[in-house]
Design a protein around this ligand. Structure first.
Ligand code: GLN
Length: 205
């Protein structure tokens, strides 16, 4: 399958490598016309405010927003989760794609120096724990009951799924463990079928 990585800013290479390791075609995505050719997209960590600015400048923001609302599979990690969230508690005026009904607190797990690793239990991936790296990560402080919580750390969801969307507050691409990418590709992208362009149903960002 063709899986894109939004390649505007952030840890892009690591995600591309993971996709290739799993035997799929990895596409570095920068232009809006590339989106239509993909089966799914990963939005990496980075700086969400910079990413928003550049996505708008490159013309990727609006088409992606529409596609998300029409079932296009997207996995957002860290800043990618901030971009997908419907609300940002501590930056209420920051724009977002509003495709995932969660409220996040940006940098909620602390600053760069507070970065940490934990072994997470993620039942959908089997018994083996997952080494998760958190870097200035957002905390999910509220979530709609329609959101499927796939892993929890200190009472907050850290890996969630909502239909075509997967999001984690940590960075799975920084380890050798490909299981989350595999889950996204096999369980979400693989089972999504062809997403449909249903027109402009998406609420305004
Ligand atoms: N703190 C960043 C933001 O809110 C996210 C950090 C990351 O992606 N590692 O944009």
């Amino acid at each position: 399958m063709k899986i894109g990585v939004l390649g505007i800013q952030g840890d892009i290479q690591e995600h591309l490598k993971m996709i290739e390791k799993l035997g799929h075609e990895a596409i570095w995505v920068k232009r809006p016309e590339q989106l239509n050719k993909l089966s799914g997209l990963i939005m990496p960590g980075g700086e969400s405010t910079t990413m928003i600015k550049l996505m708008k400048r490159f013309g990727v923001w609006e088409p992606l927003h529409q596609m998300l609302w029409n079932g296009f599979p997207v996995y957002g990690t860290c800043a990618g989760l901030v971009l997908l969230a419907s609300e940002i508690e501590n930056y209420p005026n920051q724009d977002s794609l509003k495709a995932l009904p969660v409220k996040v607190e940006r940098n909620g797990y602390g600053r760069q120096v507070d970065s940490f690793e934990v072994e997470l239990n993620i039942p959908v991936l089997g018994d083996q724990l997952f080494n998760a790296v958190f870097i200035r990560a957002p905390i999910i402080v509220k979530w709609d009951k329609s959101v499927e919580v796939l892993s929890i750390y200190k009472k907050a969801p850290v890996l969630v799924r909502h239909d075509n969307i997967l999001a984690s507050s940590f960075h799975p691409e920084l380890t050798e463990d490909t299981r989350i990418h595999e889950y996204f590709i096999n369980e979400i992208v693989g089972k999504a079928g062809r997403w449909q362009n249903l027109g402009s149903k998406a609420p305004k960002t």
